[in-house]
Design a protein around this ligand. Structure first.
Ligand SMILES: [Zn+2]
Length: 114
């Protein structure tokens, strides 16, 4: 990876290489440093365990990115769409953006808010 180190990820080896490639592209397109707030989560992580089935963090197919303010969020989401992320979640309340590439059984193209 060009912009990230393995230590920024929880269990780096479980991250999907396609996600990592897109994340570098996103950093390039966005143009500002990116702070990851959540990466791989095991299926028994409290957030995943309360879902009916584990989400894409449990597939290493998504990360959450710290993002404060409307302008930064707009620019980050715009860049994420440009580089091909097709599953995006936005939390203005908790200041992060989720970007994912999906997994079997998940809607391949979607956007949501928290
Ligand atoms: Zn997420």
């Amino acid at each position: 990876m060009k912009y990230f180190t393995e230590s920024e990820f929880n269990e780096f080896e479980k991250m999907d290489p396609k996600l990592l490639e897109k994340l570098d592209q996103l950093r390039e397109a966005y143009g500002y440093p990116i702070k990851l707030t959540s990466t791989y989560r095991s299926p028994d992580h409290p957030i995943e365990a309360k879902k009916s089935k584990p989400g894409e963090h449990a597939y290493g197919a998504a990360v959450d990115i710290a993002c404060v303010g409307g302008e930064a969020t707009f620019k980050l989401v715009k860049a994420a769409i440009e580089v091909g992320f097709t599953r995006i979640g936005i939390s203005r309340k908790n200041n992060f953006v989720h970007v994912g590439i999906g997994y079997d059984g998940a809607p391949p193209i979607t956007i949501w808010t928290y």
